[in-house]
Design a protein around this ligand. Structure first.
Ligand code: SF4
Ligand code: SF4
Length: 444
């Protein structure tokens, strides 16, 4: 499919300048929707001049969608910019020249190799490649070389470890879980937390083993062909799972999952299958908040014990991912409702809750220094109210905020985790489960 450029009705009003995280840091016209759209407008897609400068301008966007939300004309700037990247990719095929990157993005490496070999690759990349090496230009290693924290890969990825457990409570619902690479390899504790909570409220869980990457990293870099391949793999993995609901626990994956149909021609069989799965998709926290009655009766009924002095007070600030707020049109109500239920938790709010953390799919890889400047602003806001924990429902944001905490010398004193981890920990303290928890604790 050739890139489709959605209609550009930009009136140059400049409203997007008030919300664009990149523009707010750089102050360059070319870094805001208005500037990028003006550039794109001048170039016919067929004769697009793909200069390095033009390519740079298109990639310096987080695709967060904040501009569209603020725009009186609802100009779909992120979609237009993404379509521009797609055009660039089709002509440059820069990624396709790198077989390793392509293999990883297509998810062809076996999970065992990723898990066992990943740490080695990281170490090799970090320590053994001199700064002057041309390899740094061929593969974006700033993620490894410039970060203060490179999270360890899970020794036991979630999907390969998960086994359906018999439910003790009466099963009310059956759901499938889309895990995503971040939760599978970096934050398996978040996936285990979801499984434990679902299990306790009597929800039966299916985790299709053949699922792969959601395809967002490929899609945002303009590689629609790879994104489509990955979507087909996931459609095949989930279509046979006979469930009404597919849950995701990472906002980036969830946002891409709901937008999966746009990868296929309208009316095609793949499009119909993608539409059906997108309709079944729900954000895990939104799903749990809707199951409030079950949560209350089965989980929080023991409030008396929960209020015991052993529950240490903890100040928690919730960071809402752009891919959840804008990408999926969800609000903070569900995660905040779940967090409020935890005795000892004081939910605090930052002054600018809609600020982006600067991760943005592959933006963190391709524009690391800029990404860190955006992160600095976010950290200042989040830390102003002195939280003990920063929680967020996106594995990309988790990576970014962990880095932010570490850069400020607060690793170890400010916890960064998925909200469901706090909920699951609380439930375990409240009513210890007799389920094997070794999975979660030994995943690292
Ligand atoms: S993208 Fe929208 S908000 Fe930004 S300048 Fe154009 S019309 Fe105004
Ligand atoms: S999508 Fe986000 S980063 Fe890109 S131009 Fe719009 S507001 Fe700026």
């Amino acid at each position: 499919m050739a890139p489709e450029y959605p209609e550009n009705r930009c009136k140059r009003c400049g409203r997007c300048m008030t919300v664009c995280p990149v523009y707010q840091v750089t102050g360059h016209e070319a870094d805001v929707a208005r500037g990028r759209l003006a550039l794109l407008e001048k170039m016919d897609s067929a004769t697009l001049r793909r200069s390095p400068r033009f390519s740079e301008i298109l990639t310096r966007c987080l695709l967060c969608g904040a501009c569209t939300q603020a725009c009186a004309n609802s100009v779909p700037a992120a979609q237009i910019i993404q379509a521009g990247r797609q055009g660039l990719h089709a002509s440059h095929r820069r990624w396709l020249e790198n077989p390793l990157a392509r293999t990883i993005r297509k998810g062809d490496l076996s999970p065992r190799i990723v898990s066992k070999g990943g740490s080695l690759l990281q170490a090799l990349f970090c320590k053994r490649i001199p700064d002057s090496s041309g390899l740094h230009l061929r593969f974006p290693l700033s993620f490894f070389t410039k970060r203060t924290v490179v999270p360890p890969l899970a020794r036991r990825p979630f999907i390969q470890t998960f086994q359906a457990r018999p439910n003790e409570t009466k099963v009310s619902t059956r759901v499938a879980v889309f895990v995503g690479c971040g939760a599978n390899y970096l934050y398996p504790e978040a996936a285990w937390a979801l499984v434990e909570i679902l299990h306790r409220i009597g929800v039966s869980i299916v985790v299709p083993r053949d699922q792969g990457c959601c395809g967002l990293p490929a899609f945002v870099s303009g590689d629609t062909e790879t994104a489509r391949c990955l979507a087909k793999k996931n459609i095949e993995a989930f279509s046979s799972s006979d469930v009404d609901t597919v849950l995701s626990l990472c906002a980036s994956c969830g946002s891409h999952w709901t937008a999966m149909p746009r990868l296929f021609e309208p009316g095609s069989t793949w499009r119909q299958a993608a539409d059906a799965l997108a309709e079944k998709h729900q954000d895990a926290m939104a799903f749990l908040a809707r199951e409030e009655r079950a949560l209350r009766s089965r989980l929080y009924e023991n409030d008396r014990d929960a209020a015991s002095p052993e529950n240490k007070p903890i100040r928690v600030v919730y960071h809402e991912p752009c891919h959840r707020r804008i990408g999926q049109g969800l609000g903070v109500e569900a995660p905040e409702a779940l967090l409020r239920r935890i005795p000892g938790v004081t939910l605090i709010h930052s002054a600018h809750p809609e600020q982006c953390c600067g991760h943005g799919g592959t933006f963190n890889l391709t524009h690391f220094d800029l990404s860190m400047k955006i992160l600095d602003r976010r950290m200042e806001d989040l830390l102003a109210r002195q939280p003990n924990a920063i929680v967020t429902g996106c594995t990309g944001c988790l990576l970014q905020l962990t880095e932010g905490v570490s850069r400020r010398g607060l690793a170890g004193s400010v916890l960064v985790c998925h909200p469901l981890v706090l909920v699951a920990d609380f439930l375990e303290e409240l009513v210890p489960s007799n389920l094997p928890r070794a999975d979660r604790k030994s995943a690292r």
